[in-house]
Write a new protein. Structure first.
Length: 127
């Protein structure tokens, strides 16, 4: 059942909307991206090009794009279902693994042909 929410900037109405959020179910359809962050120290600029030379300390990977939207909805207490396409490659497998968090049901994948023989899967997640 779809419910249209009226948005009013009245503080009381806004507070009621926030209180209702844990009972909200949201379907998020979009690009599921793997965000990658490199953490380190920069001590100099490369003489070959104007780029920093980084002494890498560690790297962080997390869901971005529609996956980040689902994480935000879940963190606010809402229920989210994620639907998108990921490739059958190393990054795609990392996305599927990242989507199967302990607070969520396991990610179900279904192989689908897309653009010829490029294997991909649909990734659904309920939090």
């Amino acid at each position: 059942m779809l419910k249209q929410m009226d948005f009013d900037l009245d503080p009381g109405s806004l507070a009621r909307t926030i209180d209702e959020f844990p009972r909200t179910r949201v379907l998020v359809i979009g690009d599921i991206i793997m965000d990658e962050y490199i953490w380190g120290d920069v001590s100099r600029i490369s003489p070959e090009a104007p780029v920093p030379v980084v002494d890498v300390k560690h790297e962080t990977k997390m869901l971005g794009g529609a996956g980040n939207v689902v994480n935000n909805i879940s963190s606010l207490g809402g229920e989210a279902i994620l639907c998108g396409v990921v490739g059958d490659d190393t990054t795609g497998r990392q996305v599927v693994k990242a989507a199967a968090l302990p607070t969520c049901d396991p990610c179900a994948t279904m192989p689908r042909p897309w653009r010829g023989d490029l294997p991909v899967c649909w990734c659904w997640r309920r939090c």
